[in-house]
Design a protein around this ligand. Structure first.
Ligand code: SF4
Length: 485
């Protein structure tokens, strides 16, 4: 995805940084010359780099650590980890004795798998709650294999990247169908849907002690600083080299602990903005720190360089919260229970298979009239529900708008509330049920359902609006749009 010019530029910058590392002479150059080069590098960070002079994979990430360095780093890092590691629920499944039975191994592998996939989504503190709820509901891979995709999506709601939840579900089904044993090696794990190099390395090393590396964003940052790597850490060639360096470092006796230690270092000490170099267990091997001590214009956070951000697409969506009064004719006290209409998204694409309020993608910014027309067309086409003709509109109002950011899409969401009366089951029966599945749920069910964060945002917005803007006094004065009149 990155342009050749950018890659060449990084290789060029990196070649300068590598040659400026403070290990005495490098390439036979005196230290004074090296310092001059280092100053050049810092100046070049904000400029367009000159044409390439070097593009050799070995130059993009420097050569490995020496054997002596490697031994010392392993020992320091593991010692630090043993004393400082965070007590996390998935770590409580770690090796308890040498004679574990197969089910213990499988449970640990399953726990590592679930936690690592969740950790790719969000912060540790958020994952803990999700992980505990998940393991309580599906304590083994066999339990997960029996769950429906809808249940899995509900449990995952709010974590984002629902494709990963689907892969977990599909992976569990495949493993159970093939005998129920979680594969123990990276090469076998890679054959499971959704398990990439990172997750395979984590499961194989942490659960089964395979001596393989794991490289996540934390490891990239730590290694980039330890080796003062200026190459773009998102470039695939550079990433390959990070894996090589991590493979050299991994401890042959405690590979799982070592990998977790390196990730923990990046997460808690060698953080993106405020690394705590004074408490770092491997500071004596850190090139970035060494360079920054010699040259005031360099700071360790110069490494790794910031990757080029992918430009987000801007989409626009009209969402209509359809509240149907008396849909089930259930009376609670004197009140008729309302239900909300939910539509299931297609099984492919963004947020595949998840429930949401009826929505329509717009071509761009759209006014209220255009949006209601678009929503009316959607309701008519999908449900044969024509708010203008087939039922009574109690209320139809604009509620507000917000922007929801996905990794690659910036979605502007316009929210409206449409309250209907007189929608009978017969009316719904006329729908074309071969198109999109739908259902009506009451507010209790809606509150306890696993909804995506954007759907939850819409619902919360509507509830607040109803409380604040639909109070009896305001009701008398408000501008209700009766589009059916
Ligand atoms: S010394 Fe500082 S920059 Fe280097 S690895 Fe440790 S925390 Fe990171």
């Amino acid at each position: 995805m990155f342009t050749t010019a950018i890659r060449f530029g990084n290789a060029f910058l990196n070649s300068l940084v590598i040659s400026s590392m403070s290990d005495g002479k490098r390439n036979g150059q005196p230290k004074q010359q090296q310092n001059q080069k280092r100053k050049k590098v810092t100046k070049l960070h904000n400029k367009t780099p000159p044409p390439p002079t070097i593009e050799d994979i070995e130059d993009i990430v420097p050569s490995s650590f020496t054997e002596d360095e490697t031994h010392k780093m392993r020992a320091s890092l593991l010692k630090w980890y043993d004393l400082n590691r965070r007590d996390l629920p998935w770590r409580r499944l770690n090796h308890s004795s040498k004679e574990e039975d197969q089910s213990e191994l499988d449970t640990r592998a399953y726990g590592v798998w679930v936690s690592e996939v969740m950790l790719q989504q969000t912060r540790v503190q958020t994952v803990i709650g999700y992980y505990n709820r998940w393991m309580e509901k599906w304590p083994t891979i066999h339990h997960l294999a029996r769950a429906t995709l809808e249940e899995v999506n509900e449990m995952w709601a709010g974590l984002g990247y629902y494709r990963r939840a689907r892969f977990l579900s599909e992976g569990a089904k495949k493993i159970v169908a093939e005998g129920g044993r979680i594969p123990e090696t990276v090469s076998a794990l890679r054959k499971i849907p959704g398990i990439g190099d990172y997750t395979a390395g984590a499961i194989a090393s942490i659960a089964f002690n395979e001596v393989v590396p794991v490289v996540d964003g934390n490891v990239v940052r730590a290694i980039a600083r330890l080796k003062a790597v200026s190459a773009n850490p998102k470039d695939s060639v550079t990433i390959k080299r990070f894996w090589k360096v991590a493979a050299q470092l991994v401890d042959p006796f405690r590979p799982g602990d070592f990998n977790q230690a390196l990730m923990e270092l990046g997460a808690t000490v060698c953080t993106p903005l405020n690394p705590s170099c004074s408490t770092c267990p491997v500071s004596e091997h850190c090139c970035a720190l060494s360079i920054s001590r010699e040259d005031n214009s360099v700071v360790v956070t110069d490494y790794p360089i910031k990757g080029v951000k992918v430009k987000q697409r801007c989409d626009f969506s009209a969402v209509c919260v359809v509240e149907i009064q008396g849909a089930q004719q259930i009376l609670e006290g004197n009140k008729c229970v309302s239900e909300f209409l939910l539509i299931k998204r297609p099984n492919e694409g963004l947020l595949a298979g998840l429930w949401e309020f009826p929505s329509v993608l717009l071509d761009g910014e759209a006014d209220w009239f255009a949006r209601t027309e678009a929503i009316n067309g959607f309701l008519k086409q999908i449900l044969r529900l024509d708010p203008k003709k087939t039922c009574h509109i109690v209320l139809r109002e604009e509620v507000g708008e917000f922007v929801h950011v996905f990794s690659h899409i910036c979605l502007k969401v316009y929210v409206e509330l449409l309250v209907l009366k007189g929608v009978t089951n017969n009316l719904f029966k006329k729908r074309n049920n071969k198109t999109i599945p739908w259902k009506c749920v009451d507010s209790d069910a809606l509150s306890s359902m696993g909804l995506t964060s954007s759907v939850r945002k819409v619902y919360t917005m509507v509830q607040k609006y109803k409380k604040k803007d639909l109070s009896p006094a305001k009701k008398r004065n408000r501008r209700t749009k009766k589009l059916n009149s």
